[in-house]
Design a protein around this ligand. Structure first.
Ligand code: FRU
Length: 430
């Protein structure tokens, strides 16, 4: 099969060569956005993880910077895994997980610090925590934030010795010495063996605990992907380090390709999220057509996060000039550019938006997204939204599609590969 949309994305972060996965160390620092990410620059496998680095002043155009963090020391020799950023006194603190493969093949993890005064040159400071007792070596992905009390908190994804996924909270007064407070969400026990990439996001009304639990049982309409990313709205108690959920578990993105997001504050205190448009099965991953061109995976667009009725609402940062599909009946739009957007106000009981490789179908108050899987060649679908749909925004950039329903009340990310020179998108209203 010859795929046509293998061009480079226009406004998404992707690696020129190699494999990208999680966004790391997201920060607005000294007048620029810095996006670091998990990066294997040697090939398109997950074998060797450094941090890649892009900078931007608009979240749309990206400069590729030198690779700032590479496995080199006894504590990170087999991988500089994911972590987050914190700025204090004009200095950037980057927390990450050093991975070491022991002689018997098992992996050890070390929570490490690197500091920087410019965001480009990182100085490794080594491990900052002893391994917590009662937990396996699957402890990783530090995220650091400051409480309203001025103290610093770190969340760490972890696995208990009896193989239950969880998150740990640590506290510090100086960002160097950390004390374990306990599990972050002790009131919750999910059927999951590991929680990756925890993030605490504090919005005006509630706190949001975002995490990527592995092994959740699949339900008819939720948690269909290899792994899902989920969240609770609730309250984080700075005295105990515990988060109390006030809502059921929600999926953060309803599409096929979304994992390990990170949220950071922009210059106007806005909350901005990037995720990895990723986590396919190993078979699907090695069949991703861009691999023939030496690279694989992208991040999602930057998404501005807000809250509405204890739910996270996300809208993307996209170029101003993107194409708009008007609200005509039965319109058919031939799209020859690989990147663009359509915004619609369907306000009807039944409609569909179809292209050769993906479809959005709205019927009986339910929106589903289908695509042709590039590996199995089968159609697969996800339930994206239930209820009245007033607005819909679909963006596509090379092979990354993103759907935003009702001003971001639901979002779905999907990779798609098309063998057509021009993408024809048909819009049918009934
Ligand atoms: C999530 C993850 C993290 C880890 C990193 C390694 O995708 O597994 O838990 O730090 O990727 O690349």
């Amino acid at each position: 099969m010859q795929y046509r949309n293998l061009d480079r994305p226009q406004w998404h972060v992707y690696p020129e060569q190699g494999l990208l996965n999680d966004p790391n160390g997201l920060v607005y620092f000294k007048g620029k956005y810095h996006v670091y990410y998990q990066y294997n620059f040697r090939d398109t496998t997950h074998r060797f993880k450094a941090w890649g680095h892009r900078t931007s002043s608009d979240l749309l155009t990206w400069s590729e910077e030198d690779i700032p963090l590479v496995p080199s020391e006894w504590y990170d020799k087999d991988g500089c895994y994911s972590g987050g950023a914190f700025v204090k006194d004009d200095c950037l603190y980057l927390f990450y997980t050093g991975t070491v493969i022991e002689e018997d093949g098992s992996k050890s993890s070390y929570q490490c610090l690197a500091t920087s005064t410019d965001g480009y040159h990182l100085v490794k400071q080594g491990p900052i925590l002893p391994h917590p007792e009662g937990y396996t070596r699957h402890v990783r992905d530090p995220q650091v934030f400051q409480g309203t009390n001025g103290r610093y908190y770190m969340l760490l994804g972890a696995q208990t010795n009896d193989l239950r996924g969880t998150t740990l909270t640590y506290q510090s007064d100086d960002l160097h010495t950390w004390k374990l407070m306990g599990e972050t969400v002790p009131s919750v026990s999910l059927d999951s063996y590991m929680w990756e990439c925890p993030n605490l996001v504090r919005l005006d009304e509630y706190d949001y605990f975002i995490f990527s639990p592995q092994g959740l049982p699949k339900e008819a309409e939720r948690f269909r992907n290899v792994f899902s990313t989920t969240y609770y709205a609730g309250r984080f108690d700075e005295e105990t380090g515990c988060f109390t959920p006030l809502t059921p578990l929600e999926e953060l993105d309803k599409g096929f390709d979304f994992y390990a997001p990170q949220v950071f504050k922009g210059p106007h205190n806005e909350s901005i999220m990037f995720g990895w448009a990723g986590v396919p099965t190993p078979e699907e991953e090695s069949a991703i057509p861009t691999i023939a061109k030496g690279w694989v995976h992208t991040l999602t667009a930057a998404r501005l996060l807000k809250e509405k009725d204890k739910r996270l609402v996300a809208l993307p940062v996209i170029p101003d000039q993107l194409k708009t599909l008007s609200e005509e009946k039965d319109s058919c739009v031939v799209i020859s550019q690989c990147s663009g957007a359509m915004s619609l106000k369907p306000q009807k009981d039944e409609w569909c938006l179809t292209s050769d490789s993906w479809k959005l179908i709205y019927r009986e108050q339910t929106l589903s997204l289908s695509r042709t899987n590039w590996y199995s060649k089968y159609q697969e679908s996800r339930m994206v939204y239930r209820g009245q749909i007033d607005t819909l925004l679909v963006t596509y950039d090379a092979h990354i599609g993103e759907v935003y329903i009702n001003e971001g009340m639901a979002v779905a990310t999907f990779k798609f590969f098309s063998d057509k020179n021009n993408m024809t998108v048909k819009y049918c209203l009934k």
